[in-house]
Write a protein that binds this ligand. Structure first.
Ligand code: ZN
Length: 373
């Protein structure tokens, strides 16, 4: 996972703030989030730095930093040498032993992957078990329990990336691949594990990871996850779009060829029937790959244009996507958008081994539990 950490951060992430409604009773939580966000984004600093950067008072900072040290999130990291004649400032930063998240990835066919992930998105331990349509949720809980026992660190919560349409409470409204309808996944796991559990659509969660830990433009990004199916995640102003139907990003089921192949959703000729990894692996020449790339560009054009997004990520097996397919997506987008947009939009590949669903599930826990984006 180190390659994620090495990717350059965009300047747009500098000075960002956790977003969301702040209720009076949540003021303390919001102030804690401001401090943690600053330390996660910019590294260790003094209490005086934090007061200046967050506009909180020195007293509030001291109080909350003491609390966060007590809870194991922060640690004093020595002093900054020789800046003033007076007492050298003590630096505080994220602790190496800070609480961690358990992350679960249900996006693959036939197996389930779980990991212990730290608050920087680093995978510490990882385990894969068989899991197929019809298997009991107890299998998922069992993996979470083993992961919890594998680390001495406190568990902040459990995050899950699952296929399908997922509501804000972590109920899977519908996931055809798993045969699930109205499964209260987060609630069931939370009851069984005694931990907070948060679930989100796998592609949305992957988009969150690319923004939180990767090179994603958190002001606006579209991520297409290309695996056994095709899903999409849209991030605007640091938030994953859900939409009133909670189906935002279901771009794989846009019909591009009405008379085409049967799709798992019941329609014919969906984008997914061309662009899924199994479909791409059948292609044996660049003309066919260009054809798929052109169809994808036609689906992406109205989305990119309407939302004003410049960062388009294709997250999948790079060996199937690079070359003729990627070039024709770029060319198609350039031809079909305003010159202003065409000059700015970039389409880039992120390889599957970056494990964005796992790290995104951890980012979901970090956001929901601590308010850190
Ligand atoms: Zn479909």
């Amino acid at each position: 996972m180190t390659q994620i950490k090495e990717q350059p951060r965009r300047s747009t992430t500098a000075g960002r703030r956790p977003v969301g409604k702040v209720l009076p009773g949540d003021a303390r939580r919001h102030h804690r989030a401001l401090i943690l966000q600053q330390l996660v984004d910019h590294g260790a600093r003094s209490r005086a730095d934090l007061a200046r950067e967050t506009s909180l008072t020195r007293v509030t900072i001291s109080d909350l930093v003491a609390e966060l040290i007590e809870e194991g999130f922060l640690i004093e990291q020595g002093t900054r040498p020789g800046t003033h004649m007076g007492k050298p400032a003590t630096l505080v930063g994220m602790s190496e032993d800070a609480p961690v998240a358990i992350a679960l990835d249900l996006s693959a066919d036939g197996h389930l992957t779980g990991a212990v992930v730290d608050l920087d998105g680093k995978i510490l331990t990882r385990e894969q078990v068989e899991f197929s349509r019809g298997d009991d949720i107890a299998v998922i809980a069992g993996l979470a329990v083993r992961l919890r026992e594998s680390t001495p660190r406190r568990i902040l919560g459990v995050g899950i990336g699952t296929p399908g349409i997922v509501d804000g409470d972590g109920t899977v409204i519908i996931a055809p691949n798993l045969g699930w309808e109205n499964v209260d996944l987060a609630a069931q796991l939370s009851a069984s594990l005694g931990l907070p559990v948060h679930a989100g659509n796998d592609s949305n969660v992957a988009a969150v990871a690319e923004s939180a830990f990767g090179a994603g433009d958190d002001q606006g990004m579209l991520l297409l996850m290309i695996g056994s199916g095709v899903g999409g995640g849209v991030l605007i102003d640091g938030r994953a779009l859900s939409g009133p139907l909670m189906s935002s990003g279901e771009i794989g089921h846009v019909v591009v060829d009405p008379g085409g192949r049967q799709c798992s959703c019941g329609n014919r000729g969906c984008l997914e029937t061309f662009l899924s990894a199994p479909a791409l692996s059948l292609l044996d020449n660049d003309d066919d790959r260009r054809h798929v790339g052109t169809k994808l560009a036609t689906v992406l054009t109205p989305v990119v244009t309407t939302l004003g997004i410049a960062d388009v990520v294709l997250y999948g097996p790079t060996e199937l996507l690079e070359g003729a397919l990627l070039e024709s997506v770029r060319a198609g987008l350039a031809q079909q958008t305003l010159p202003f947009v065409a000059q700015r939009v970039q389409v880039r590949l992120v390889p599957m081994h970056d494990e964005l669903v796992l790290t995104g599930a951890a980012a979901l826990v970090r956001y929901r539990e601590l308010g850190v984006v």
